[in-house]
Design a binder for this molecule. Structure first.
Ligand SMILES: Nc1ncnc2c1ncn2[C@@H]1O[C@H](COP(=O)(O)OP(=O)(O)OP(=O)(O)O)[C@@H](O)[C@H]1O
Ligand SMILES: [Mg+2]
Length: 327
């Protein structure tokens, strides 16, 4: 089966001063059609950069190597015209803050309709009807009467639904959602997550869901990829990850939570800091913060695959001695 998204040894480097910031460093990951994969990790570990690489939205000076395939088609190296044709058609992205995605003076309905017209030959009236239907689908009550409203007349949750409606307008095979519910209260968050799950169920859309929130992961994700300092350290089924986290970083993230599945819980704070991405340590990047580190950690760990799962650590599954409460 062709993956909805297949990353192979993806590397993204930003030129900064006279050095390079290596924000994504050798990431390989598949998202199958109809699968919801969570991407978690501390702030600055490269999650949004990875998403931008998939969307072809990185600044031109950025070095991108490796492969990004969306439904089998290579994205790395595509020219702007082809990238634009791909975006909003086969792959769409929803970002955290709907106010950055919506034009403040246009009506919300027209913004959804315009996305449809950018990729399909439909007349204005038909686009309006399709957009109204999409707004209804994402749970905007009395959508026809809200169509002509500018964004500021809608609540934050409603605006986020409009952004999602626009993202879904052309039935993309892949939806990338970068912290789509972080700005929303818990009730609206549950509705948006329900919507994402329904999308997958009804349309078979694959979703890469970027989040800080383990409660969100527990509620909707089939699999989870844990990112640390530009690299994936563990990939596993969501249930498996919560029940048996294998990498010390994952175990520290989960172990400090009173309940890993409690809604609204944030990733735990782990002593120490993510290494400076411009000056990465040679071996395991988590070693400086890891209670299990030994001399072997000065060499980069070889990812240990177990079925569709993976953990990149020399000391996978060893008990954690120091972190109080960690499993
Ligand atoms: N255009 C850019 N130029 C230089 N460095 C960048 C650029 N974009 C991102 N970075 C750096 O890349 C690293 C990864 O950033 P990124 O935004 O991908 O992290 P993130 O995991 O999404 O964090 P957060 O959880 O806070 O959203 C950071 O060190 C960031 O400063
Ligand atoms: Mg981000």
């Amino acid at each position: 089966m062709t993956a909805a998204l297949a990353l192979c040894d993806l590397r993204v480097r930003f030129p900064v001063g006279d050095g390079l910031v290596s924000a994504v460093d050798g990431v390989s990951l598949r998202v199958e059609p109809g699968e919801i994969v969570g991407l978690v990790g501390e702030s600055g570990c490269g999650k949004s950069t990875l998403a931008a690489a998939v969307m072809g939205l990185l600044p031109p000076s950025t070095s991108v190597t490796g492969s990004v395939r969306v439904a089998g088609d290579e994205v790395v190296g595509l020219d702007d015209r082809r990238l634009r044709a791909m975006r909003g058609d086969r792959v769409s992205m929803v970002v955290q803050d709907p106010s950055t995605s919506l034009d403040p003076i246009w009506s919300v309905g027209d913004q959804v309709a315009e996305t449809i017209r950018a990729h399909r030959r439909v007349g204005r009236r038909q686009a309006r009807a399709l957009a109204t239907q999409l707004m209804t689908d994402v749970g905007i009550p009395a959508a026809a009467s809200r169509y002509d409203d500018p964004p500021h007349r809608l609540s934050g949750g409603m605006r986020q639904r409009i952004v999602i409606a626009a993202a879904l307008a052309n039935e993309p095979s892949l939806l990338i959602a970068d912290e789509p519910t972080t700005a929303l209260d818990v009730t609206i968050q549950a509705q948006i997550l329900g919507l994402i799950r329904r999308l997958r169920d009804d349309r078979g859309t694959a979703v890469l869901l970027i989040t800080h929130d383990l409660g969100v992961v527990a509620q909707v994700c089939d699999r989870v990829a844990v990112m640390y300092a530009g690299q994936l350290v563990e990939v596993a089924g969501a249930q498996e990850l919560f029940d048996h986290p294998r990498h010390p970083y994952t175990r520290a993230l989960l172990g400090a939570l009173p309940s890993a599945t409690a809604r609204g819980e944030r990733l735990a704070v782990i002593p120490g800091q993510v290494p400076d991405l411009a000056h990465q340590p040679r071996g395991c990047r988590f070693a400086a913060r890891c209670p299990l580190r030994t001399d072997v950690c000065e060499q980069a760990p070889v990812p240990e695959p177990v079925g569709a799962s993976m953990a990149a650590c020399w000391h996978v599954d060893q008990p954690l001695p120091l972190l109080g409460g960690a499993r």
